[in-house]
Design a protein around this ligand. Sequence first.
Ligand code: SF4
Length: 172
Amino acid sequence: MAEIFQADCENCLGLCCIALRFNRADGFGHDKSAGDPCFYLDARHRCRIHDRREDLGYEGCIDFDCLGAGQRASASLSAEERTNPAAIAGVQTRLRILMAIQELRQALTEAGALDLAAPDHARRQTLLTQFAAFADDPKADLHESRVDPVLDSARALIRSWRDERQGAPSRS
Ligand code: SF4
């Protein structure tokens, strides 16, 4: 199960090094806007300072974990598109959506160890099935009109568990 959430940088196009914004204050060696490729990313989508990131002040890169979103977003591109910078740039939105999906999918998976009521387990399983269909099919339609309701349902369910544990009224 754990490999579902494991980043596979060998099969990713360095998307996190392009799509995400970062700055010095958060443990990166320079400021970068979302959508701008990091200047350490080489033409083969590899980090030119990978082994020296800590020394050069890029602890933020070391700590970052896409939870497997990067290779999934990259897999949506054809072999031809993988050499096309415009196509790679176009997949950034997909990366962000997949990051949100993978984060909630992991939380729901881990919740399987909780002592939940049967209806909650059923909701959890339904959401996991929906997330798997989105995340594990490279051609899945990830339009916000399809994905956002599922993300919202997962967040509400997780929040209700947290509220119950804290003794607060459930908002789901
Ligand atoms: S320093 Fe390396 S790992 Fe960090 S964003 Fe740049 S290319 Fe990616």
